[in-house]
Ligand binder design. Sequence first.
Ligand SMILES: [Zn+2]
Length: 350
Amino acid sequence: MSRRTPPKGLKPSPKAAKAGPARGGLTDLFLVVLTVFGVMTRTPVGGVVTWAVDVARGVETERPSLIATFTAGPSARLLAELEAIFVQPEALAGALGSAQGAPGDGFPEPYRTAARIALAKSDGPADDTLRAEVAALPAEERAIAALDRLYQGDVEEALEVYAVGAEPRERAIRRARQVGEDEPSRYATHRAFLPDAQARAARAAVDGTMGLAKALTLTWPIAAPHRVSSRYGYRVHPVLKTRKLHNGVDLSAPIGTPVLAAQAGEVEKAAQDPLNGKFIIVNHGHGVRSSYCHLDALHVEKGDEVTAGQVIADSGNTGRSTGPHLHFTLRVGRDAVDPERFRPELRPEG
Ligand SMILES: [Zn+2]
C-alpha cells in the first residue's frame, strides 16, 4: 500500500527523540499524545475504539482487526486452519487436487474440500451412532464420510446436522415456525433458536465450511493482465516505525479496467470517502465479504444482487491513492485474509 508512504528520506526529528521529562509542559503533552496514539494503534482497547469510530463514520477501514486476535470463535478457528493449510501453495494445490477425483455422489464440491479443511479438527458428528460408524476411518476422512451419509441434497442441512444432530435442528425449526418465520427450515432463519453451545457448533461447521467454499471458488477481480503492486501483509511504517497491516492486495490497472465481483452476493455498500475513494463492499454470506477501493465508476448500487464475475465497477485512482490501482480486500469473519491465497491461478486445474 502506498497511500500513506511519506516522501523518501523523511526521518523522525532527532529533537523529538531526545526530549526528556525534564523539558516541562510541552514534553508532557507530547508524551500524552504519544501514549494515546500507542493505545489507539497497538492495543485491543484501541482496536475496539478506532473500529467503532470507523463504523460510526462509515469508513472502510485499513486497520487489522485487533479484536479478532483475542477472540476464540469460528472466525479465529477458521483462520488458524487456513494458516495451517495455506502457508504453502503446494498445500493448497494438494487440498484442491484431492477434490478433483471425488465421487459424484455424496457431499458435493466445493463444499467437500472446504469441509475437509474446516472440520479437520472437529469432534466428529454429533450423532453417537454415526460417530461410532466412522470411528474406524482415518481421522482426516471421518468428517467427509459422515457428511456423505448425512447429505440429502442440502449442504447446509448436512453440515448443521453433523454439528448439532438432527433432533436439536428440528426443535429450532419448530420454534422458528411458531413465531411465524417464512422459511423455518433454512439454517439462516432458525439458527437463532438453537441453544448457545449448539449455535456455536453449527456456526463453526456451517459458516466455516460455506465461507471457505466461497473463498476457494473466488473469481479474481481483474481479468486483464496486471501486476500486483503491493501484497497483503504487515509492513513497518518508514517514519512511525509501527507495524501496519496492508489488508488486501493492490492490483495495478489503468483507469477504466472492468472490476469483477469475486463471488455472488449482495452489494452492502457502494459509496465514497476521502481514504478509499469510490468503493464497493459485497456481502457473500456466511461471514465472507469482499471490497474494492479507489474505483472510477460504480455500476451497482447498495442492495443489488450480483453474480460471480459480474462487472460491478471501473477501476480508478480515487481517494488516497498514488496511482491507478484496485485495492481488493477479502474478509472471512471479521478478519481480512490474503486474497492471493485464493487466486484461481494457484489451483491445479482451475
Ligand atoms: Zn492497498
